[in-house]
Design a protein around this ligand. Structure first.
Ligand code: SF4
Length: 485
């Protein structure tokens, strides 16, 4: 017995075949096609949404949007690769009806429709709501770092610039000495002559000028760092404790089906200060209150208070502060507060008494407690503090409120544990599964559009898995018919 044989490449087909024959009934491209066709691209603000009667006809924005959505769902993000797929991939050939836009047209579409792409994400979230796929009871908020188009070499802080400039100054000085002495500049095998040394000095001076310019820019802008390829990107620590020039994308995920409800691209290296902002945006969208889950990165009294004041229930793990010596037995959480006596009981059993308010920028931020006399005779002093006088413990000005949040989170820890499952699902799918852990575009607005496409694709895929292709097509068609009424 031989193998299963393919068709003869040179056989002329006897009966006409259609491209549609190659696309199964429940293929995702059919859903993409119906979904994008149902969009009102004029209302969404896409360029060329209304065809122009003059000049060469443009591509329909719906066709290019279909191509991008298909690409993201299949790990194809770059415009050059999408161009290629339009030629060789039967699904894309079906989807675009054999249109073959070049990479520039594809890239320009994304560049020219930044806001509109974000609106498509929001429109699909609205659709999920209409289809009752958002639970609106429980949401998890977290930030994730996506690498920017900017290498670490092209990111400069004042310290780094000073280091470079100092190195150049030393190098120039050394070359000058070599020139004066008429001696060789380097002790290697090769001996640069005076002409070459002059050339090198000029190069170093040019570099120095560039770095001095960056330093001036830093001073003028009041920023801490400068990124030369993507000026909006910032140096951040990622989950693996590596440092990369990135964006921090704040994401709110609904608990029922792990659908992304909202997102915001930030240039802040941490999540502190984003909880109330993100939670209240979703509250406005949902039109009701809900429970918010977030990790200790969001533990900030003012943000938590604002959430509570707006009727939201927050389960957020507390931030435990180190004592400076790094000994866990003497971290702040090992000090017990006695409310009646207004004292802290330290791990050695000594009472720390109130001493004075602690201020920052003229504002009281907490109250200091200490007992230097007890500390001076304590055998644990080396483990407890680096201060010669003794340990000082600061009670936050809103500590009573924070204690309530801690008790509430502790009591509902089973619910809190869902946080990771909910919020890590999209991050795992997009970053690990689809390999989209880095941006291809530059600038905050562009990366916002890029992440909107990624999140739209993620939600689209989730809904496809939940409802199935046929049901999704049916619902989309009903929506389209209702829109026409
Ligand atoms: S050093 Fe002071 S605060 Fe620390 S354990 Fe000893 S007595 Fe308590």
């Amino acid at each position: 017995m031989g193998y299963i044989k393919g068709h003869d490449r040179y056989q002329t087909t006897l009966f006409p075949e259609t491209i549609d024959d190659y696309i199964t009934e429940n293929n995702q491209v059919r859903v993409i096609d119906v979904f994008i066709d149902s969009l009102n691209v004029v209302a969404l603000g896409f360029t060329h949404a209304i065809p122009c009667n003059l000049g060469r006809p443009a591509y329909d924005p719906k066709d290019l949007l279909k191509l991008y959505l298909y690409g993201f769902l299949n790990r194809i993000r770059s415009s050059r690769r999408l161009e290629h797929e339009a030629i060789r991939n039967i699904e894309v050939i079906w989807l675009l009806k054999k249109l073959r836009p070049d990479f520039k047209t594809i890239a320009d579409f994304r560049k020219d429709n930044k806001k509109a792409l974000t609106k498509v994400f929001r429109d699909f979230t609205k659709l999920c709501d209409e289809w009752d796929l958002l639970g609106k009871e429980l949401v998890a908020i977290d930030g994730s770092k996506y690498r920017a188009v900017n290498s670490r070499r092209n990111n400069f802080s004042k310290k780094k610039l000073d280091r470079h400039i100092q190195y150049i100054n030393e190098k120039i000085e050394k070359y000058m000495d070599d020139l004066d002495a008429g001696d060789e500049a380097e002790k290697g095998d090769r001996k640069p002559d005076a002409e070459e040394i002059h050339k090198r000095i000029q190069e170093l001076k040019a570099r120095k000028e560039k770095y001095t310019g960056f330093k001036q820019q830093l001073e003028d802008s009041g920023q801490n760092e400068i990124s030369t390829t993507d000026p909006d990107a910032r140096l951040m620590c990622n989950n693996n404790n590596n440092v990369d020039v990135s964006y921090n994308v704040q994401t709110t995920v609904d608990g029922r089906h792990k659908l992304i409800a909202d997102f915001k691209v930030t240039t802040k290296p941490n999540d502190l200060g984003e909880l109330d902002n993100m939670a209240l945006r979703v509250k406005k969208m949902y039109g009701k209150t809900f429970t918010v889950l977030a990790d200790k990165g969001y533990y900030k009294a003012t943000d938590l208070k604002r959430c509570v004041e707006n009727g939201l229930t927050t389960y957020v793990t507390k931030q435990i502060f180190s004592n400076g010596t790094g000994d866990r037995d003497f971290y702040l959480d090992r000090f017990q507060y006695d409310k009646e006596k207004n004292v802290y009981l330290c791990p050695a059993g000594k009472e720390l008494h109130y001493s004075k308010p602690r201020k920052s920028k003229g504002k009281v931020i907490g109250y200091d407690y200490n007992n230097f006399q007890a500390c001076s005779n304590c055998t644990f002093k080396e483990r407890c503090t680096k201060s010669k006088k003794g340990r000082v413990v600061c009670r936050h000005v809103d500590q009573d409120f924070l204690d309530q949040i801690d008790i509430q989170t502790e009591e509902h820890f089973e619910t809190y544990k869902l946080r990771q499952m909910i919020v890590e699902h999209p991050f795992g799918t997009i970053k690990r599964g689809w390999g989209a852990y880095y941006f291809l575009t530059k600038g905050k607005n562009s990366v916002s559009a890029e992440i909107a496409l990624a999140y739209l694709s993620y939600n689209f895929k989730r809904v496809l898995n939940i409802l199935g292709a046929e049901e999704m097509i049916r619902r989309l068609k009903v929506r389209g018919e209702l829109a026409l009424v």
